[in-house]
Design a protein around this ligand. Structure first.
Ligand code: VG1
Ligand code: CO
Length: 560
């Protein structure tokens, strides 16, 4: 085979957001659009490109397979030595992270728009992960973007048509050099990683029941995303759960029309099934398998911030942490502060980072962090460098197996010991971008004026005094890199918080996220409903942001 160089014109909108480049499929299908971005990723590798080994896989959404085959042709032409690709182009995000680490590759390319809907008129995305298995840090994504705006050509082997549906090793000669494409079983390595981390025999006993204990009935919903085959192998084949314990396990290009985001709105099917009271535990995962939602019997909802904290205080039950030790805990800035108190009780370091998993990686690489999470249904540990939905569900089950308590009992005893962080998030999706920019600008000006500290904000008979207000600024404690302007924070004297930021994962328009977090330790108030308890603070947040005026929206699209 011979490579050729194709002349192209740069695009000016290929700036990666919170997690890769996300656009409508139609945008990626424009002439040279995908090619340009892939070439920019490859160029960003510099001297490491020639002879490199890359992992390639995606969440099975529409356009994954076309893009995967294209990327193979471009890798061949750019001197990559080997591409390790999942069969049919499918690999979950956590499994890609694992493969990069296990096979010691130069990095990986993940084809996903995560929790965004899929299909010809929906979203697609491309993300680059570095050799630690984690999402490329800001320095790398900035470099990729800088390359895209001056790119004038890309390299491709147009007639190298690799069959990525058949397992095996394909060897080619390209420009006189060997080029290898290894098509792998996407599930096997990940399942063996989970078996190393958890005690599968105790999980099997939990699910199947023993003489002294009824079976613990689980319902796992893959929302037609990438986790289906992983869930089937782990829950049915390994742990012996019945076929009826798993649903929506065939990855579909359009997720069967579902919005593959595991929250109370988009995973309503799981919520209503759990409400029937038959199952003890429910979990759903997003399109690419890195997010999770955990429910207890009767659809008892575990907020991701609480989930992280409960895991944090029970890590001793998980074999992996007994061997590796517990180094530190972290959460993203908007995530409620429940884990902070656990870190204090357990006596490990605690870190608060900006939104996005890429900020956890350097702490893990420096052996300072074991467990972390985000309020957006992301939980994970240093077993890989991505958040991991199935891992989180297994971690919960392992703890339940040891503690012999229900999900709800675990939460209640957690709140009694540590107090409860009530949390809610209001999302206003698909608003006008200019209006939102104006709103953020005005809010920042208001809250950062020197006189603002000490201001009393009230709703009905509740008042909060501003202790600190700023635009969150983060300095990585390991490498000193800076992430500025990561979201507007209003911190109040009683520890309550209002956070406002714009999403960086949308494919068009703007999404405003308002996060509200308030701590309560009075035993009599622990079981309240978050929307009721937080109502004064929510109203204050709607007032200060003037969200209705700026966006014209009466109500949020999604409340978590
Ligand atoms: C959202 C979440 C963030 C998460 C990111 C990627 O980002 O808020 O916590 O890390 O999605 O998740 P944003 O910028 O829209 O708020 V996923 O499952 O896309 O990899
Ligand atoms: Co995801």
């Amino acid at each position: 085979f011979r490579s050729s160089t194709v002349h192209t014109k740069p695009f000016d909108d290929q700036k990666p957001g919170t997690s890769g480049l996300r656009k409508k499929v139609k945008v990626f299908q424009q002439k040279n659009y995908t090619e340009n971005f892939v070439q920019a990723i490859l160029n960003s590798l510099g001297d490491e490109l020639k002879g490199s080994v890359l992992v390639l896989g995606g969440d099975g959404r529409y356009y994954v397979k076309d893009a995967a085959k294209l990327i193979v042709k471009m890798c061949a032409a750019n001197g990559v030595k080997k591409v390790i690709v999942g069969q049919h182009g499918i690999v979950s995000t956590p499994a890609v992270s694992n493969l990069i680490r296990k096979r010691n590759t130069t990095g990986g390319i993940i084809l996903t728009a995560s929790h965004n809907p899929g299909g010809p008129d929906q979203d697609f995305g491309i993300k680059f992960n570095t050799k630690n298995g984690g999402p490329a840090p800001d320095s790398v994504t900035t470099e990729i973007f800088n390359i895209t705006v001056r790119l004038d050509s890309y390299n491709i082997v147009p007639d190298l048509d690799c069959d990525i549906d058949t397992l095996g090793v394909n060897t080619y000669t390209v420009d006189g050099k060997e080029f290898v494409v290894e098509v792998i079983d996407s599930v096997a390595d990940y399942v063996s990683l989970m078996k190393d981390i958890f005690d599968f025999s105790s999980l099997r006993d939990l699910l199947k029941g023993t003489e002294s204990r009824d079976p613990f009935r689980v319902l796992i919903n893959s929302l037609n995303g990438v986790t289906g085959p992983y869930v089937r192998e782990i829950f049915v084949n390994e742990l012996g759960a019945g076929e009826s314990s798993i649903v929506n396990t065939k990855p579909l290009e359009d997720f069967g029309g579902l919005h593959p985001d595991p929250n109370l709105t988009y995973a309503a099917e799981l919520v209503s099934a759990l409400k029937e009271g038959v199952h003890d535990f429910g979990a759903a995962f997003d399109g690419d398998g890195d997010r999770n939602m955990i429910l207890g019997k009767n659809a008892f909802f575990v907020t991701p911030s609480d989930s992280l904290a409960v895991l944090g205080s029970h890590l001793r039950h998980i074999p992996y942490f007994r061997i590796e030790g517990v180094k530190g805990f972290a959460r993203s800035m908007p995530t409620a502060g429940a884990i902070d108190r656990v870190a204090n009780a357990v006596g490990v370091d605690f870190y608060e980072v900006p939104t996005g998993w890429k900020y956890f990686g350097s702490l893990m690489d420096a052996s300072r962090l074991s467990l972390c999470g985000e309020e957006s249904f992301g939980t994970g540990s240093d077993h890989i460098r991505e958040k991991d939905g199935i891992w989180a569900a297994l971690a919960w089950l392992q703890i339940i197996a040891c503690e012999k308590k229900s999900v709800e009992e675990l939460l209640i005893s957690h709140w009694k010991r540590f107090g409860r962080n009530f949390f809610t998030r209001y999302d206003y999706e698909n608003c006008n971008a200019d209006d939102c920019a104006r709103m953020m600008h005005k809010l920042e000006q208001t809250v950062t004026s020197p006189a603002y500290v000490g201001t009393q904000l009230s709703h009905k008979n509740k008042s909060y005094v501003v202790k600190l207000a700023d635009n969150f600024h983060y300095e990585d404690p390991v490498d000193g890199s800076i992430a500025a302007r990561q979201g507007i924070r209003l911190l109040f004297e009683d520890g309550s918080r209002i956070i406002v930021r714009l999403s960086g994962t949308g494919s068009s328009g703007a999404t405003v996220r308002i996060y509200i977090d308030s701590y309560e330790k009075d035993e009599n108030l622990l079981l309240g409903d978050a929307q009721v308890v937080l109502s004064p603070l929510i109203n204050i947040a709607l007032d200060v942001t003037e969200i209705k005026i700026h966006t014209g929206r009466e109500a949020p699209t999604v409340i978590t």
